[in-house]
Ligand binder design. Structure first.
Ligand code: GP9
Ligand code: MN
Length: 713
């Protein structure tokens, strides 16, 4: 026994042994912090295993550096490295508590809200247990000070040090490939800093962020205001006047922007199993006071939802790689819809049932001027309330309603739904239509979650009526991007009945809904070809706000004589006559490939290619170079990020104050909330659930009886 003790002691008395002890203590500490101080959302055995293993490679690499040093210096350096990484962890814990995100170089450099807010708030947000992040360091210092371990000052062979560094790199490579196995595009698509920390660790995230920020600032440093001039020139030359018949028809109304997650146009009026999949949205689509578009395309790239948001609220394109919101949302200047409307007297708020950090919304929305960012943490939550990325839509919308009622009117509210998201899982209790039978498991649930989303919208519209909001609001719906990607052509062939569903068909199925619904609006189905880039100019015209001073690449969808080329992010496009997919051209009407274009066709092709490459590159230059920082539209006040804070306690306080204005629905109802009705089974008691089930069974049998009686007539 004594011998074992002696051996352990002599192991720790060696330099390698001491370093291993330091790594082990650091590892325990960081694992504790991951699980108690952050909300990384590791789910399932594989992600949990990665979360546990990911500190090892980077810690080994960092701590291993000291093996290249001699004697005492090496011990002191180890303590310094430990102290720096621990302080970094400590700072991140505090920052995360305030902002649900990790610290970035862009934020620190910007001297923006971080330094302001953090220094102000820091004392208030420290929890005594935070100091435990220094416990390992203290143990090491005490061990050395009280000679619990002796310093081993013998030199270590360079080869050994090199071997340790190489081992760390190999381990990191293994970690990275396991992470990619679970989440492809982790580093290129930059979804969420939480994801990178969950898969690769805090230190890896810091390095990743540092490299990105350095690349980014180099481009920005080289950009100049003259770059912006060419974009403004193009916009001016290509501008079409908006449709005056619609100018200002929704002036002063509340605006609801309803984001229909992954919702494709083909679902409108789509029937499966003898039923309409989305009866509520179909009804809205056909209503006489809904303006609908049936040739409206999504134009997103890798940034998916975030690209849609960028186009919808800025009329700027997403980037060719990654997400512009993630890459530039924390640093760039924008002149986005919320800020423009805010300066017209609107209150602005975005709602979502996920965490605030996804797609870097927490930071980007500040730059876009959102007054409120209402997310999962603002809402009642239970495990059964969530599916996939977050709260189920019915519950999310019900939970959003009280906040909506507190907003001073007029308001601009963006509501981002979530349940109809790949891979379309839905629990039995919420299923109301059979799965399709294409045999492709990620496709077959699509109609079920789309139906669920549709029911949620139905409930929301009922509440809008009940609360009186319908009368003084314009409600815009849009599908953000495809639900079924080009990787599922066989399944799409079955769903659509198109035999050889090919790349051209896939391009056509990039159509998503766009509808404006408002009491008294002159509606109908409009056939113009357009895309997400065109939404903001259209909306601004409806609201009677002139957009000509802003840098926006889209055009009013209702404008006569508008150019109907719809650029895709990969350089392809759709026009009413010709579509380009990859390097092939097709006749948009017949779907036939054009191998030998006529002179007229060639002219259309060339013009559309030209226009597409020009707008994409001009827009990219604006985002990559942060060019809007050089431009102050007259009468527009630049947004100051540090004016915004999305902490629940702050929002509650502000909303309370807001009530004094007397313009919110809540104030108009003398402080009484208009109740939101939902049939979400999670919110019912068992007895209520059974009653609802019995009612729906009896109503479906009576409608079946009606059906058969009408058939027999
Ligand atoms: C997550 C959600 C999903 O918050 O908006 O984004 P997506 O995967 O569709 O881009
Ligand atoms: Mn999406």
């Amino acid at each position: 026994m004594k011998q074992v003790g002696g051996r352990i002691k002599s192991f720790f008395n060696s330099r390698g042994g001491f370093m291993i002890l330091a790594i082990a203590l650091f590892w325990v500490k960081i694992f504790w912090a991951y699980n108690t101080k952050f909300n990384l959302g590791a789910e399932g055995g594989f992600q949990k295993m990665l979360l546990a293993l990911n500190p090892i490679p980077t810690t080994l690499l960092l701590f291993g550096i000291v093996l290249y040093m001699k004697g005492r210096k090496s011990y002191i350096s180890l303590l310094i490295v430990d102290a720096i990484t621990s302080t970094w962890l400590f700072a991140n814990i505090l920052y995360y508590r305030e902002f649900s995100d990790f610290m970035t170089f862009a934020l620190m450099k910007g001297g923006s809200s971080v330094s302001n807010n953090l220094s102000k708030a820091i004392m208030g947000i420290i929890d005594p247990s935070d100091f435990l992040v220094f416990a390992d360091l203290l143990i090491l210092i005490l061990l050395l000070a009280f000679k619990g371990v002796h310093m081993d000052i013998r030199p270590i062979k360079k080869r050994i040090a090199l071997l340790v560094s190489m081992l760390a790199i190999v381990l990191f490579g293994a970690n990275l490939s396991m992470a990619y196995h679970d989440r492809s595009g982790l580093l290129t698509r930059t979804f969420d800093s939480n994801y990178i920390v969950k898969y690769l660790g805090l230190n890896a995230y810091t390095v990743y962020d540092g490299v990105k920020t350095a690349q980014n600032s180099a481009i920005k440093a080289n950009a100049s205001s003259s770059d912006l001039k060419s974009a403004q020139k193009w916009i001016k030359e290509n501008r079409v006047a908006p449709n005056v018949q619609y100018t200002g028809v929704a002036k002063g109304k509340n605006v609801f922007v309803i984001h229909l997650e992954s919702f494709q146009q083909f679902l409108i009026d789509y029937k499966y199993d003898g039923q309409e999949v989305t009866p509520n949205l179909n009804k809205i689509y056909h209503e006489k006071d809904t303006l609908s578009f049936d040739n409206f395309f999504n134009q997103v790239g890798q940034g998916k939802t975030s690209d849609a948001e960028m186009m919808l609220e800025n009329s700027l394109y997403g980037l060719p790689e990654g997400s512009a919101m993630s890459i530039d949302g924390s640093s760039n200047t924008f002149q986005a819809a919320p800020s423009i409307l805010d300066q017209q007297g609107y209150t602005t708020a975005a709602f979502h049932g996920d965490v605030p950090s996804y797609w870097n919304r927490e930071n980007t929305y500040k730059a876009w001027g959102y007054d409120y960012w209402v997310t999962k943490g603002y809402m009642k939550d239970k495990k059964s309330y969530e599916i996939g990325y977050g709260l189920k839509d019915k519950i999310f919308l019900k939970e959003s309603a009280p906040y909506i009622q507190q907003l001073p009117q007029p308001f601009y509210a963006k509501i981002i739904t979530l349940t109809n998201h790949y891979p379309y899982p839905l629990d039995k209790k919420n299923v109301s239509i059979a799965k399709t039978k294409t045999g492709d498991p990620t496709v077959d649930g699509y109609v079920q979650t789309a139906r669920y989303l549709d029911q949620s919208i139905g409930e929301f519209m009922t509440w809008l009526k009940k609360s009186g909001l319908e009368k003084n609001s314009i409600v815009m719906f849009y599908g953000d991007h495809y639900g079924i990607s080009a990787n599922h052509k066989k399944a799409m062939a079955k769903l659509t009945g198109i035999k050889n569903y090919n790349d051209f068909n896939d391009a056509m199925y990039q159509r998503v809904p766009l509808m404006f619904h408002m009491t008294g609006l002159k509606g109908g189905v409009n056939h113009t070809y357009g895309g997400e880039i065109d939404v903001l100019p259209t909306l601004m015209n409806l609201l009677g706000i002139n957009n000509s001073k802003y840098v926006q690449f889209g055009s009013d969808l209702l404008a006569p004589n508008r150019n109907q080329t719809v650029p895709f992010r990969d350089g392809g496009f759709v026009t009413p006559t010709i579509t380009k997919v990859g390097s092939n051209y097709y006749d948009t009407k017949t779907g036939k490939q054009i191998k030998h274009p006529t002179a007229a066709q060639r002219t259309v092709e060339n013009q559309a290619v030209n226009r597409t490459t020009t707008v994409l590159s001009l827009s990219d230059r604006i985002i990559n170079g942060d060019l809007l920082r050089f431009y102050n539209p007259s009468g527009y006040k630049k947004v100051d990020r540090s004016d915004y804070n999305y902490k629940l306690s702050k929002a509650k306080k502000q909303l309370k104050k807001d009530q004094k204005k007397g313009t919110s629905v809540l104030a108009q109802h003398h402080g009484k909330y208009v109740e939101y009705d939902t049939d979400a089974p999670e919110l019912m008691t068992k007895a209520q659930r059974e009653k609802a089930k019995a009612e729906s069974a009896s109503s479906s049998s009576s409608s079946a009886a009606k059906d058969s009686s009408s058939k027999s007539k």
